[in-house]
Design a protein around this ligand. Structure first.
Ligand SMILES: Nc1ncnc2c1ncn2[C@@H]1O[C@H](COP(=O)(O)OP(=O)(O)OP(=O)(O)O)[C@@H](O)[C@H]1O
Ligand SMILES: [Mg+2]
Length: 145
């Protein structure tokens, strides 16, 4: 587990591009953190790192948005408004999580039991000032962050 201090939005973006560079098909990145901590901002940078050409917008209402113009498909979930695991089965989440792309899940703690064992978990926390964040990262069985 490691904890990274982020001083501004540009550093969040740098982390996103780094995550994209390390991603392979089937990688799942589980994002945890309160409202406005930067989960969507991080996802946009991941998309940029994959060279996704479409504009990435928060999938809060859609739950899942798929972008296929990059180096590999990006599956962006926001499960904030989801009822629970049954809804994920109804969406066919396994096709995404275990498919050919990179999956990013905002509010992943809400579907913790469905996350693959080897998911990368990033928890974002507010820091001391408006632009500071802390990103705590765990791989493997780190879902309990
Ligand atoms: N270091 C930082 N990293 C990311 N965002 C930052 C940072 N500093 C300030 N911000 C601001 O915080 C907000 C983060 O919003 P964002 O939509 O990415 O959060 P979120 O975690 O996805 O929220 P939600 O829970 O509503 O989905 C943006 O307005 C962004 O400009
Ligand atoms: Mg968001």
């Amino acid at each position: 587990m490691n904890k990274l201090r982020i001083n501004n939005e540009a550093e969040t973006a740098a982390l996103g591009r780094e995550l994209a560079a390390a991603a392979a098909p089937g990688t799942v990145i589980a994002l945890i953190g309160d409202l406005g901590t930067g989960k969507t901002t991080l996802t946009k940078a991941i998309a940029e790192g994959l060279c996704v050409k479409e504009t990435v917008t928060s999938p809060t209402f859609a739950v899942i948005k798929e972008y296929t113009s990059g180096r590999m498909p990006l599956y962006h979930f926001d499960v904030y408004r989801l009822g629970g695991a049954e809804d994920m089965y109804a969406l066919g989440f396994e096709e995404y999580f275990y498919g050919n792309g990179l999956t990013v899940v905002e509010w992943a703690d809400r579907i913790e039991e469905l996350l693959p064992k080897d998911a990368i978990t990033i928890r974002l926390d507010y820091g001391q000032n408006e632009n500071e964040r802390f990103a705590t990262r765990a791989e493997g069985d780190g879902h309990a962050l």
